[in-house]
Design a protein around this ligand. Structure first.
Ligand code: ADP
Length: 296
């Protein structure tokens, strides 16, 4: 069993600044880091650290091939990560002393995923494999359609949320994973029970997982609703909490763990992630998650 993740690979340029740069201002930054990022890459890292055979499908500029090596070292199969002439997707992130951020995002090579790339990546799949995708790459409709045509299970995380998500072929999605804001935007509602009623009525074909930050997670299965509380931890940075949750949940769920057990693993891994600063570097290893769960 493998997870084929059609996902973004971003280069995050993180600048520590005193305040956000103002119109016409030139501002010196006191610290700079260049890190692997993007929801797609983060979710592949979480899946790999959880022990899943994850195959990432994506594109970056040829001068950034060291980031592909970083993903390979983390255990991700990158046979379908192509190096192109288009600039890599990247984010220019300003971070202030109060930990607020302001971000300019450029899609770049992430927006060059084509139908042909998708077909090639799905060429040698098994019917027990899962496809995962987010909303940071092009041709998402084709990913959903071709994955279903190949008889695969399809998980979709519509982040970051855009209007276009509402026009995707929803009937191809088996598992929708959203945070509270995305659930509100898709349903147009802001009460959790009403949102659940909306999904049960309009998405009867899909299981829906709504992550609720420190309130935990709610999963809508065909025949029941499961609520799992978050673990109590001292949170310092919630970046990549959702990506960590998705990777660890899907790793267990696609490996036939029961829903409750998979949700608990997702919550444990993401609780650990929020106790550390950063994105990919905060995603825990399988051993850390096992130790954390054993202590509970
Ligand atoms: P996203 O990062 O996509 O907005 P959430 O904020 O809903 O997603 O977080 C995803 C999961 O991470 C939650 O379901 C929860 O299990 C865990 N989590 C998030 N914030 C905390 C927190 N402060 N304490 C413990 N767990 C948390």
């Amino acid at each position: 069993m493998a997870v084929i993740n059609f996902g973004s690979i971003n280069i995050d340029h993180v600048y520590q600044v005193d305040h956000f740069v103002q119109p016409g201002e030139t501002l010196a930054s006191s610290d700079y880091q260049c890190l692997l990022g993007g929801k797609g890459a983060n979710q592949s890292i979480a899946l790999a650290r959880a022990g899943t055979d994850v195959r990432h499908v994506g594109k970056i500029h040829e001068s950034d091939s060291s980031f592909k090596q970083t993903m390979i070292r983390d255990g991700i199969n990158c046979k379908h990560v192509q190096c192109t002439e288009t600039p890599s997707g990247h984010a220019i992130i300003q971070v202030t002393p109060s930990a607020e951020n302001a971000i300019v995002l450029f899609g770049g090579a992430n927006q060059e995923m084509t139908s042909k790339d998708i077909m090639q990546a799905l060429d040698s799949v098994k019917s027990s494999d899962w496809v995962l995708t987010q909303n940071e790459t092009s041709s998402i409709d084709q990913v959903l359609i071709q994955a279903k045509e190949n008889g695969l299970k399809v998980a979709f995380n519509p982040a970051p949320m855009t209007e276009s998500v509402k026009h995707l072929p929803h009937e191809c999605i088996d598992l929708l994973i959203v945070n509270e804001v995305e659930a509100e935007e898709i349903s147009g509602l802001n009460d959790l029970d009403k949102i659940e009623a909306y999904f049960r009525q309009d998405w009867p074909h899909a299981e829906v997982l709504i992550t609720l930050g420190k309130a935990g997670v709610r999963m809508l299965k065909k025949d029941r609703t499961i609520n799992v509380a978050a673990f109590e931890v001292d949170a310092v940075d919630t970046t990549a909490a959702g990506d960590t949750f998705i990777g660890y949940f899907l790793s267990a769920y696609s490996d036939h763990a029961g829903s409750e057990a998979a949700l608990e693993r997702g919550c444990a891994a993401s609780a650990l992630a929020v106790t550390k600063a950063g994105a990919a570097q905060s995603i825990p290893s399988k051993e850390e998650v096992d130790r954390f769960l054993a202590k509970q």
